[in-house]
Each structure stands twice: as structure tokens, then as C-alpha cells.
Design a protein around this ligand. Structure first.
Ligand SMILES: Nc1ncnc2c1ncn2[C@@H]1O[C@H](COP(=O)(O)OP(=O)(O)OP(=O)(O)O)[C@@H](O)[C@H]1O
Length: 281
């Protein structure tokens, strides 16, 4: 019973990502059953997180629900805050005991974005005080810990999880191909990768893409786009399709999520990557 543990701040998009992961598994491995375990399904009210005793009971209910799906083949996606290290460790131990695979997916949405999304939720949102308390209590996963590994972080600005692109093929491999660790160390997120870094990676590469697309729109094919001192992109003679530029950006982000580069070098490294892919290096 491979287990995928989703974790993130309140209202960070965990359920949205959990549903995308379930859909991607169904698309890629239609013969496997995928079960979703969530607070909502177990009718765990948000108010339980105000009371340590009630919260403990809720965690026990989540654990029982996971165990209900024990089978060698079925995949269980555990959608919840899962913010306590000890609880993640407990679930990891269950996976170990069952000799099955395990992975943690961290929905890496910064707290201020979660807060804004929470304020926009009409029904069943987190009370402001509880939201702040949970963000404060949140124990961020650390891929160096066995129980948080392999760890995949999904930035909030990532597109819908697709079965064959970005992080999902790596997650799929570590879950389905019974690899307790992905084959290549470069595919595992380093623990030091923070939400801030991923945010920067995303923002700066988006900025470069914006410049490229803007220049192409102005008939700039074949020209050089100078985004900043160290970021010079040489465009091919033919316009590059927007989808292609975005695909390259996603590949670059996926690659550099796992091997952190200096934030001041992101644009330069992205330009080099694009020039190589455009054949204009
Ligand atoms: N990538 C996104 N971009 C914009 N809004 C989003 C995104 N992901 C989620 N949201 C919005 O944030 C709200 C919460 O989403 P979701 O239920 O997936 O989060 P959650 O982390 O599971 O929440 P909770 O902590 O309440 O269980 C929803 O209104 C959803 O539309």
C-alpha cells in the first residue's frame, strides 16, 4: 500500500493538489486503485485543531483510515495538514512495516498567499486565529529525515499536475516502481530548499519568459533579449511557441528545485539553459 502524504499550511491548496495527484495516477496506472484519505471524508471538523485532545483523536482516525486500505497494490493519498513531524514519522513507519513505498508532497504555498485564499473561501474557512496558530505550529518537512523522504515540493504557481511532466513522473517512479529512494540523487529535493527559494525560482523564470514572449510579439525572432546584466537570451530565427517556452521553464524549475542555485544566478542560469535548448548558445 504505497502512501503519499500531502502536507502544507492551512488553505495552501492541498486538496486541489491531492485531487490532481489522484487523477494523474489514474491516468498513468489505471489498473491501480487510488484511495484518498482526508479530514473532509472523515468528517473531521476544522475546530478539532483548537484542542490537543480532539486533534489526537482525529489523528488516530486518520491512521485507522489509512490502515483500512492496507493492500500491496492500492495507493493511498493522505490529504491533510500533516504538520506534526511525529505524525509523519508514524505514517512512514506504517509504510515501512508494510514494506511499501512512501513519499511526501509538500504544497509549498507561502503563508501570505494561503491567508489570502483562506479569506476568499466562503464556506468552512479557517478562523484567523487558528490559521495563524497552525502556521506557527507547522513543522516543515525536511528531506534529510527518513520519514520526509523522498520529498517533493510543489510551488503554488505550478500548473495542474500532469502525468508526464514536472514532478509527477519522479513521484510516480518512487511510488510505483517500488524504489524507496529515486534512482538519482538529483531527483530528490534537498532539505535546504525553502519555499522562498522556490518562489524566487518561479518568479524570476516567469519574468524572463515574459520578456521573451513580449519581444517575440514585437517581431523579435532571431534577436538578443537582454533581461538583466547576466541574463541574455538569443532567440532562434523562428518564433518559439509560448507552450514550448513555458515547457522549458517548467523543466528548468523542476531541475533546479532539486539542486538549489544561488538566487542571484537564477536568471543567468535560465538564459544559458534556454540558449542551449534554442540552439543559440
Ligand atoms: N493554485 C491555486 N491558485 C489559486 N487558488 C487556489 C489554488 N489552489 C487552491 N486554491 C484555492 O484555495 C482554496 C483552498 O484550496 P484547497 O481546499 O485545495 O486547500 P487546502 O490546503 O486543502 O485547504 P484546507 O487547509 O482548508 O484543507 C480554494 O478556494 C481554492 O480554490
Amino acid at each position: 500500500m504505497p502512501i503519499i502524504l500531502i502536507t502544507g499550511y492551512p488553505c495552501s491548496g492541498k486538496t486541489t493538489r491531492a485531487n490532481e495527484i489522484v487523477a494523474a495516477f489514474k491516468a498513468k496506472a489505471p489498473d491501480r486503485k487510488v484511495h484518498l484519505v482526508s479530514d473532509e471524508m472523515l468528517e473531521i471538523d476544522k475546530s478539532v485543531y483548537r484542542d490537543a485532545k480532539q486533534e489526537k483523536i482525529a489523528r488516530a482516525n486518520i491512521m485507522s483510515a489509512i490502515k483500512r486500505y492496507f493492500s500491496r497494490e492500492d495507493i493511498v493519498v493522505v490529504d491533510g495538514l500533516n504538520y506534526i513531524k511525529g505524525f509523519r514519522y508514524q505514517i512512514f513507519c506504517e509504510a515501512k512495516a508494510e514494506q511499501t513505498t512512501f513519499a511526501v508532497v509538500h504544497v509549498g504555498t507561502p503563508a501570505n498567499v494561503c491567508r489570502a485564499w483562506n479569506e476568499a473561501v466562503q464556506k468552512n474557512h479557517w478562523g484567523e486565529d487558528l490559521f495563524d496558530a497552525l502556521v506557527f505550529r507547522y513543522e516543515e518537512p525536511n528531506g534529510m529525515n527518513r520519514w520526509d523522504s523522498p520529498l517533493y515540493t510543489i510551488p503554488y504557481s505550478d500548473p495542474i499536475i500532469s502525468p508526464n511532466e514536472g514532478i509527477f513522473p519522479l513521484l510516480f517512479d518512487s511510488i510505483i516502481h517500488a524504489k524507496t529512494k529515486p534512482p538519482n540523487i538529483a531527483t530528490i529535493l534537498k532539505p535546504a530548499v525553502s519555499i522562498d527559494y522556490i518562489y524566487e525560482l518561479d518568479k524570476q523564470t516567469q519574468d524572463v519568459v515574459k520578456h521573451i514572449l513580449g519581444r517575440q510579439q514585437d517581431g523579435g525572432a532571431g534577436q538578443t533579449v537582454v533581461v538583466s546584466d547576466d541574463c541574455t537570451v538569443r532567440l532562434p530565427i523562428e518564433n518559439v511557441a509560448t507552450a514550448q517556452v513555458q515547457r522549458l521553464r517548467r523543466n528548468f524549475v523542476a531541475l533546479n528545485k532539486v539542486r538549489q542555485i544561488d538566487c542571484g544566478r537564477i536568471k543567468g542560469a535560465f538564459a544559458e539553459f534556454l540558449n542551449r535548448n534554442f540552439g543559440t548558445a
